[in-house]
Write a protein that binds this ligand. Sequence first.
Ligand code: CO
Length: 433
Amino acid sequence: MIIDPASRQHALDLINFIDASPSPWQAVESMSEHLLGNGFELLSESDQWKLEPGHRYFTVRGGSSLIAFVQGQDTTKNRGLRIVGAHTDSPGLRLKPKAAFNSDSMIRIGVEVYGSPILATFTDRDLSLAGRVNIRSVTGFDTKLLKIESPLLRLPNLAIHMNREVNEKGLKLNRQIELPLILGATEEHDANTYFLSLIANHLNIEPKEIITFDLNVYDTQKGILWGANEEYVANSQLDNLASCHAALNALVACENPDSTCLCAFFDHEEVGSDSALGANGSFLTDIIQRIGISNKLDEQSRLCSLSRSFFISADMAHAYNPNFPSAYEPCHHALINNGPVIKTNVNQRYSTSSDTAAHFIQLCEISDVPFQQYAHRSDLGCGSTIGPIIAARLGVPSVDVGSAMWAMHSLRESAGVLDHSFMIKVMKTHFTQ
Ligand code: CO
């Protein structure tokens, strides 16, 4: 397989983006920096908005969800919006509020499971912490992002001599007892004091200034290209930062589009999307309403505009794994580097319908990009994503698509170098149609 230099470069950009974004808060910061560097203006939800045709804007809610848009030349009801949605969060381990505790001369860190990670993949990895810390200020509190670069934490496996059936029965971890991470050995009596001073040191502040934090456990190993022709990319959080990165790339390339083009990146997808900043919250509907108000659309025109809109829900898809052929539906094997995967589920776990799939297939054809169609085995529970939620809230035609990947929700996932470029290309076409 030949990998062209442009696709390779997109994949390397993706690796850099993920490595700089070990939590949803850093992902939003990375995206914000990229948008500011490409002529997008940051709007606050607490200000009045005055939008100009052709101009570029973005806004952030809760520090971990972001909506960016390029105003179309046509701001009337005639064309509707071109929307892409993806999620900023990935399943994993998050620290409890008073995380540190003493145990046999060691300090351990209590964690809660966020979403549905493959827990066994967290064992024996060089783990560390990333997220945000709220610290006291004269006016109340400020939020600082924290990323500890060095491997700080570990979840050691149990030796096979004490777990003789691990290869037959798999590694099972009790979430309360067997997941706390080892931070270090210390004589310190109060583990939390020790832990807070460690965070404070990294932020150059005093421990007493820390009020609260949101901290994610991440893998310090950087992303790589692998395979005989380096046709695969491996990293954590490919689900779903790869889709965020593809959508962001396509939006930034959008110059004076006819329709208003919008990307919505939501936190909390992995835990059901029910929050003020999740896909089932008001964020996207509020922003679309404000775009309408700012463009002086009356209610009737706003609804006409919505009915002419199209939504692509982008989330990663399950690639066929040749070692587990029985896990897959016949005739629906999604292959890595064979193009975007259109996901269908008649029970509406995916928002795709035959007509929205047809529209997406035509976008692929215009883009000269191959496509694939995926259905889950009927006797296995199918995952879901933000597609059906947004489709229900907005009432717009919607399709669920994604790049094929192996090991979804592992701490080390793999996807295809070519697929990332294909996805960027078809999203660019979506924004210009
Ligand atoms: Co996902």
